[in-house]
Unconditional design. Structure first.
Length: 391
């Protein structure tokens, strides 16, 4: 597939005012200026006609397919709020990949989502990175797990207060998380000793501790939901050597310099919503720009279905309107999001060898009149406007 006559924004390396992208065997094969374009006889041509070409967009924090559009309890599978500690739950077992929001997201240029459990539990379950093109979840997963969901503060408090069960305080939430991370450390140490010494017995299998073990080994990050419990979360992560990713980070911009000093990434959003609870009192669309300028790695999220994932590009545009640099905003929904999610070897930029996830736009990404003309997912033309054949 040969995409030509485009303003190419690869998100890594040099951009091109009039450039091309060549796709072969599901991968990006070449990117460059039209003046240097190779001859590709037999290639399918997509003429961008001066429009923009971007990598496929990535929403790093989503509940796509876990909360089905148009359904209530029957389609709500994000929170197993019968147990506050559920790290062994896998979102792929709850996602309906044929739910229509997948198609809507794809047609808006969102080619990958990181789907997360909800925030009812202090430890909620395992995240998965999923392509939006496909019908069977097993074929759409590109990495799983990519982290474990943790939640502090208001959400677990309110859920378990209503049940008259623990945790109903921030202290209890932190204590539960510490207890289980400590158990995971001990579980890991016993397994290691048993492998090194045949006289040592392996511990009995524990699904919860197996799920937490990669965190205390430093192999997976904790995706942490909360606004003003930031330093409790970071304190615990330091105690156990866990890599943190702050999700929503609604008050992160108030301590941006401190977060930058810690090197902690923030997934900012959703801010196109009302202040429906106390933790949102400092919600602002200026946050991602303020964080980036302080030196914090930032991604932007819609938190689908809070804001439908198809509006991810609009959310980035709103951040630009509030002062964020345009290229920083585009990176926050492409390569920077991919880096934070640990997916940048495969997606997030138009670099030879990466998955051919490509969006062709009729105009500038932040012009609300710009339409998505075509979307490629792993080299397949998954959507093409005004074509009857959407493969």
């Amino acid at each position: 597939i040969f995409i030509r006559n485009a303003h190419v924004a690869p998100m890594e390396g040099e951009g091109y005012e009039t450039g091309y992208v060549l796709v072969r065997d599901g991968k990006i094969a070449a990117v460059g200026a039209m003046a240097d374009a190779p001859e590709e006889p037999g290639a399918e041509i997509i003429d961008a006609a001066g429009g923009w070409v971007l990598p496929g967009l990535l929403d790093i924090h989503s509940h796509l397919g876990l909360y089905e559009d148009g359904l209530g309890f029957e389609g709500a599978d994000g929170n197993e709020d019968t147990d506050p500690v559920t790290p062994h739950l896998r979102v792929i077992d709850g996602v309906n990949a044929m739910e229509r929001a997948f198609r809507e997201s794809l047609e808006a240029g969102v080619t990958t989502v990181v789907v997360s459990p909800g925030s009812a539990n202090p430890i909620g379950g395992q995240l998965a990175a999923i392509k939006t093109w496909g019908r069977r979840i097993d074929d759409m997963v590109i990495a799983e797990p990519v982290g474990v969901k943790f939640a502090f503060g208001e959400n677990p408090k309110s859920v378990y207060h209503d049940k008259e069960e623990t945790p109903v305080t921030r202290m209890a939430t932190a204590a539960l998380i510490r207890e289980n991370l400590r158990k995971a450390q001990e579980y890991h140490d016993r397994k290691r000793k048993a492998l090194e010494n045949e006289d040592e017995d392996l511990p009995d299998f524990d699904a919860k501790l197996e799920a937490l073990e990669p965190l205390v080994e430093g192999k997976l990050p904790a995706h942490i939901h909360r606004a003003d419990d930031i330093f409790t979360a970071l304190r615990i992560c330091k105690e156990f050597g866990v890599k943190p990713v702050l999700v929503h980070g609604t008050e992160g911009h108030l301590v941006a310099d401190l977060l930058a000093g810690e090197g902690v990434p923030v997934v900012s959003g959703p801010y196109m919503t009302d202040r429906s609870k106390p933790e949102l009192k400092n919600l602002t669309e200026a946050a991602p720009g303020l964080l980036v300028r302080a030196g914090v790695p930032v991604a932007i999220t819609t938190d689908h279905p809070e804001i439908p994932a198809k509006f991810l590009r609009l959310a980035a545009g709103v951040a630009v309107q509030a002062g964020m640099d345009e290229m920083d905003a585009l990176r926050a929904i492409t390569i920077e999001a991919a880096k934070i999610a640990g997916l940048d070897r495969r997606i997030g930029s138009l670099v030879p060898g990466k998955d051919a996830d490509v969006v062709v736009l009729s105009g500038h990404p932040f012009d609300f009149r710009s339409r998505v003309e075509a979307v490629l997912s792993t080299g397949h033309i998954a959507y093409r406007r005004n074509k009857h054949e959407n493969h």
